[in-house]
Design a protein around this ligand. Sequence first.
Ligand code: G3I
Length: 390
Amino acid sequence: MPNYRLVTRRRTLCMGLASLTTIKAVEIAKIEQQNRQIQMLDNPTRDFKILGKKTLRERALDKGLFFGSASGEDKLSPDTAFATRFTKECNILVPEGALKWNALRPAPNKFDFSEGDWLVKFAHTHGMLFRGHTLVWHYALPKWFKEIVNPQNAEKFFTEHIATVTKHYAGQMHSWDVVNEAIEPDDGRSDGLRNKNTPWFEFLGPDYIELAFRVAAEADPKALLVYNEAGLEYDIPTHEARRSAVLKLLERLKSKGTPIHALGIQSHLAGDETHFNPKKLQKFLNDVASLGLKILITELDVKDQRLPVDPTVRDHIIAAAYEDYLSVVLDEPAVIAVLTWGLSDRYSWLSIYSPRSDGALVRPLPLDVNLKPKLAWNAIARAFDKSPKH
Ligand code: G3I
């Protein structure tokens, strides 16, 4: 007599294994399809040839543009080879962390401008402009913030921070990211504003954005005041929703006479992203410019986490992403500056935040870990060389 319980268990096991095998097969097929798509991104015949020996700083200036990057005193001060190369390639510097709340505010009644002061001096000593990032962000807040700031005192902390920091650097700034990443359509508001996990919206409501610009303009009437945002670059539904919400926000701010002068497009690109639509990006840039705003590319880099490990293939795909993106961007007359988020793979936030599963070093930036220019450097140089004058 067969043991039905055993038969049933065995059959269940076999069915389980069969369905697992199917899932596995679907997964493998999906990965193979992705790899085929990624390989198609690589056009080995594209040569990224450049003419002459000019630096990125010089090629940008030739077209009335600024090229620069993000860094910090912890890199520029000890690493003289890096610092020297930085001053040759860049004519604008933005602190990666020095001007965020968690760096500036060691205590509720204290400001620490030491790294910001070091960086602005470094920039100006080497003939570079200096831009600030960022006066208002829901992230990178100091540890004491949660215990101390509440609905009753939030406006005081908010306006005092913006006024004090902006006044401290008044007259020394090319521009400020006044508000960073205030859009999050997934939070469900019809205007697409971020209203979850942000103390500013929670305590001050949607008008905190306008208030930030007004306080900054009063404290430093000379600085270009920028709204900075991520996730605007690709032809995918989430980015489309973010572009539309950003335009609505900018239109609302302009209609109320808010002293806002520019949009910062972070431009954290992905080498394996196949949904790049030049026409859609161009229309968005034009729509922003039609509001009388300038445009800065503020945090450009190309993530290679899901690209093949072969550095030659990776560098090719990354360079193509840089050149294809910047060719569209630099065709927009309102664009005034391009900054990468780091200049060398030696120092990229992606090494920590988007490491490769195979452990290979990431290669997202214009210079490699030995400060040698990669095809990405050529791609940026070519984009500047092909750009119309701005
Ligand atoms: O300096 C401390 C160090 O003393 C400590 O040992 C270590 C471990 O906790 O943390 C170090 O601080 C880190 C800091 O980077 C400096 O490396 C912070 O934890 C870490 O959160 C911080 O991450 C930065 C992140 O913004 C948050 O501020 C990244 O470097 C920076 O690249 C990233 O930049 C953001 C832009 O500001 C806004 N747009 C997106 C972009 C990428 O996320």
